[in-house]
Ligand binder design. Structure first.
Ligand SMILES: [Fe+2]
Ligand SMILES: [Fe+2]
Length: 471
């Protein structure tokens, strides 16, 4: 099952040719997908050759092939990790039964909802990023953007395969609707809030790839534990692609910081905006915005849905099998902090009901590693500044903190106190205008815009002036 069939119209390692009905249904969806891509994918670069990696196997060693391709010719397909013969459901109420190869009837609705919610984020991010090619700070960055875009397209394929293969007519309808919703559209928005936020600058793009793609990583980690085996196997392969998106975000922001440090050291008394780089406090405000928005993606702190998904064996904790010894989550409780009469009080809730919060905590810990990486850049440059994550209560729109105001340390505030300080914590109009003013397209191989440092290493051993995109 590991080899990929590139001969058929839809590349796959799921023996699509043996299921003619399914193959026909997906081949019917394929032109609609391509229409969507042409309409909503990256603008104006369809006929350019881009140095992209394509999956050639799902084995962890050497799964990717690099070469120049036009994006519409990218071989989007269906790749699942190989099937492990004796896999069992490893958590919840059904521990020890054989992992499901078909959808158990009683979980059909929940499972469909989980898959559609994940699927919807994939085309959404392509839509959010579609104009960025025009202001890429270098060909290296432009290529990375397009790589992320085609892979999000492939992730949509991965989820649509599950919908078509396992959910009959309902699944096919859902697959069609995935091509009909539009990020930021008032009438038919994407399902989750952050995926309707505009991404108009490269600073926003790097923040999104760092913090919002990382939400994707943790959702996929939780679904990779699923007792529904095809979903687990799909998510495992998506995770290998996702790692690159996170790399683009983390190193992208790192390079912005590095460039600002260079200017600060060269002109110690200057206002760095006079030298066309992004001030560190402005970067912090962008961090505060994208972290708080992405933190909402985990849903309510206390959630009966999360408990049901876990009980059913559909969605685990991340690294459920590796990391935990007790897999029912029935014995323990979890402490949630609540605001009661203006004070933070602790409340114990059954662990199963707190699983959104458990996943959110793993996510925030992982974010911290990226922040530490940026702080090392600052200290190497001898710059006295420290980035930090905003508190999980800051600027939330979903969950138990949504109706109250908090500062970036998590202390409760009145609405008036929040409004008075908001410009210190979140990007203000001037910030957005300034960052937008820096966005100029640099298309000479090996050259970079003035607000960002070159990467420490080029991609796949290429030379610094490699033509990642042939314009
Ligand atoms: Fe994705
Ligand atoms: Fe991603």
């Amino acid at each position: 099952m590991a080899t990929i069939d590139y001969e058929s119209k839809i590349p796959n390692n799921v023996d699509l040719a043996s299921d003619k009905r399914l193959q026909r249904a997906l081949e019917k969806w394929q032109p609609d997908y391509l229409d969507w891509w042409k309409q909503m994918g990256p603008t104006d670069f369809e006929d350019k050759d881009i140095y992209l990696r394509t999956a050639v196997s799902v084995e962890s060693a050497g799964w990717a092939h690099f070469g120049h391709v036009k994006m519409p010719d990218y071989r989007w397909g269906i790749f699942l990790e190989p099937h492990a013969a004796d896999r069992k459901v490893s958590f919840g109420d059904h521990i020890g039964v054989d992992a499901w190869q078909e959808v158990p009837g009683e979980f059909r609705t929940d499972l469909r909802r989980i898959i559609v919610t994940q699927a919807d984020t994939e085309p959404a991010s392509v839509e959010q990023q579609r104009l960025l090619g025009h202001t890429a700070p270098s060909l290296y960055d432009m290529r990375n953007l397009f790589q992320v875009n085609v892979e999000e397209g492939r992730h949509l394929w991965a989820m649509v395969y599950l919908l078509h293969r396992y959910f009959g007519k309902d699944g096919r309808n859902e697959a069609d609707e995935l091509l009909e919703r539009r990020s930021g559209n008032e009438d038919r928005p994407r399902i989750l809030g952050t995926f309707n936020e505009p991404i108009t600058t490269w600073l926003d793009f790097f923040m999104f790839a760092m913090f919002t793609d990382r939400d994707g990583k943790f959702q996929l980690l939780a679904l990779a534990e699923s007792g529904f085996d095809p979903l687990a196997r799909t998510c495992k392969f998506m995770l290998t692609e996702e790692a690159h998106h996170l790399f683009v975000g983390q190193t992208g922001i790192g390079r912005v910081i590095m460039r600002t440090c260079e200017v600060m050291n060269a002109y110690p008394d200057a206002d760095v905006t006079e030298h066309g780089v992004v001030p560190l406090d402005m970067i912090q405000r962008y961090i505060n915005f994208w972290v708080s928005s992405s933190t909402d993606l985990y849903g309510g702190e206390v959630s009966s849905n999360a408990a049901n998904f876990f009980a059913a064996g559909l969605k685990g904790r991340c690294y459920e099998e590796k990391r935990y010894t007790e897999h029912t989550a029935m014995q323990e409780s979890y402490v949630i902090e609540k605001l009661v009469d203006g004070k933070i009080v602790k409340e114990e809730v059954p662990l199963r009901n707190a699983l959104n919060e458990v996943l959110r905590t793993d996510y925030l810990d992982d974010n911290q590693k990226g922040v530490d990486y940026w702080n090392r850049i600052l200290s190497k440059a001898n710059i006295d500044f420290e980035f930090c994550l905003p508190h999980r209560r800051f600027n939330r729109e979903i969950g138990i903190y949504a109706n109250n105001r908090f500062d970036t340390q998590g202390n409760p505030l009145t609405e008036a106190e929040f409004v008075a300080n908001q410009d210190k914590w979140l990007p203000k109009d001037e910030d957005r205008q300034y960052v937008s003013s820096l966005m100029v397209s640099v298309t000479e191989p090996g050259k970079y815009a003035g607000w960002i440092a070159p990467p420490s290493k080029d991609l796949n051993g290429q030379a610094a002036d490699f033509d990642y995109v042939r314009l």
